[in-house]
Design a protein around this ligand. Structure first.
Ligand code: HPA
Length: 273
């Protein structure tokens, strides 16, 4: 069951959040994390799992069809914080539209989260960022032509990826670089010509998620942190072809370090909020 044309997306999100609250026994969550391609194993480092379920069993979530995109939701207790962890996401290229892409994000807000951490696997346009490098997202370019917003919703998108949270990340990992993420619709990887275009536009990282979700998160008033894991150099930058299995493998190889990074970020968030 996806969100129907007759249901307000925020009502849909409230229904999903209520189900999470009842089923997890945790009526209020503080921070949401979305784990993208290659970040799956980072989940184990985040704290005590209080509850876990397939996301598709929650109201109005669509099942994930993408290998490596787990499609599970967890409630995690870490210190004094309740963390809502989404392992997987709905992508625009799955052809359900932008509202189902935003549903998970709106659910996090309805569950009480004041902060959301988006992670993804991304191609790098910067040859210095080799596979396995985590990079903070400083801003995005939404090249999808889509939006999760309805009608004349003229929201501000300056400082979308919170400078405060990026600086806070650098207190735990000073070496973290940052860059502009460009979201293509996919599902094909880009052509080398599209990557040259993206570079001219000012992009440093390329992927098929996050920008639409960040727009929905801003609309819902959450503070946003974005971290890309470089899984490959973007199309045309090496002599090699791109394939999904290699993208996932590079991610999984770095997962332990990423889990440690996310866990430290959560601890710092809890102290500074
Ligand atoms: N392009 C688009 N999406 C991606 C890439 C890429 O090179 N790597 C991981 N996700």
């Amino acid at each position: 069951m996806t969100i129907s044309d007759y249901l307000d997306p925020f009502d849909a999100a409230r229904q999903a959040a209520q189900a999470i609250g009842e089923r997890s026994g945790t009526p209020q969550h503080d921070v949401a994390i979305v784990l993208g391609s290659g970040w799956g194993s980072a989940a184990e480092a985040l704290g005590d799992v209080v509850w876990e379920q397939e996301s598709a069993r929650l109201p109005h979530f669509v099942g994930s069809t993408v290998p490596g995109h787990g499609g599970r939701v967890r409630s995690i207790r870490r210190g004094d914080s309740n963390v809502l962890l989404f392992m997987g996401r709905t992508h625009l290229y799955e052809n359900h539209g932008a509202v189902p892409v935003a549903h998970q994000v709106r659910t996090a807000a309805a569950a009480g989260c004041h902060t959301i951490v988006f992670t993804n696997g991304a191609g790098s346009l910067n040859p210095a960022w080799l596979p396995g490098t985590p990079v903070l997202i400083s801003d995005h370019i939404n090249l999808t032509g889509a939006s999760p917003l309805d009608g004349a919703t003229f929201i501000d998108l300056t400082n979308l990826y919170s400078l405060r949270l990026r600086e806070l990340c650098r207190t735990v990992a000073p070496e973290l670089d940052e860059g502009v993420y460009i979201q293509f619709r996919g599902p094909a990887y880009e052509t080398p010509a599209e990557i040259r275009m993206a570079r001219t536009m000012g992009a440093d990282l390329v992927g098929m998620s996050t920008a639409l979700e960040a727009i929905a998160a801003r609309e819902s008033g959450m503070e946003i942190l974005g971290i890309s894991l470089v899984t490959n150099l973007a199309a045309g930058m090496t002599g090699d072809a791109l394939n999904h299995e290699e993208v996932l493998a590079h991610g999984n190889a770095s997962a332990q370090r990423l889990g440690g990074l996310l866990a430290s970020v959560l601890d710092t968030l809890a102290v500074r909020n």
